[in-house]
Design a binder for this molecule. Sequence first.
Ligand code: HEC
Length: 160
Amino acid sequence: MKTRNYIALTIAGFISLAIMTSCGGGSKTGTESTEGDQVTEQPAEDAAPSAEQMALGKKIYDEKCFVCHQPNGQGIPNVFPTLVGSDFLLNQKVLAVTQVLNGSLKVAANKTVKYPAPMPPQVATHEEAVAVINYVLNNFGNKGGYVTVDQVKDIVIDPR
Ligand code: HEC
């Protein structure tokens, strides 16, 4: 019974979302009752990573990423994107982790700029990828929250 209610609410949520997007928010049908559901879909971004993880992230950045994204994270215009305020980094954390593991060729980012070369894979483990993404999410002026190893555990690492 509970599951059925949940499904019904989810469907109602999708329908009202569709109505809202197509009518510019004019309809109120069902929106109040579904708001509570979305809480469970929010990623657990509040749990700040350990100092050790941040230190590992910095080490990886200083060894690998800075060559292209530069010591200040700002990249080189039209060659390497800036990580400062990057919409992709800040809003698609799991995809950003995927890109660090598997390179940018197969990651469908919202690219507004076409870069001359893709980003090659950088690290070999989920832990390293999460550490470096949490580092760039919270340095160079970014205050982007966090991603956890648990959130990215389903990413399949391509064979090298
Ligand atoms: C050899 C150069 C190179 C290295 C090294 C490199 N990147 Fe990248 N990175 C790129 C390029 C090129 C892109 C753009 C790729 C695209 O959109 O096709 C990119 C894109 C990104 C993006 C998405 C930014 C945006 O707004 O599109 C993130 C996040 C990122 N890199 C993080 C990292 C991290 C973290 C490391 C180190 C672990 C790293 N990169 C190492 C070249 C590099």
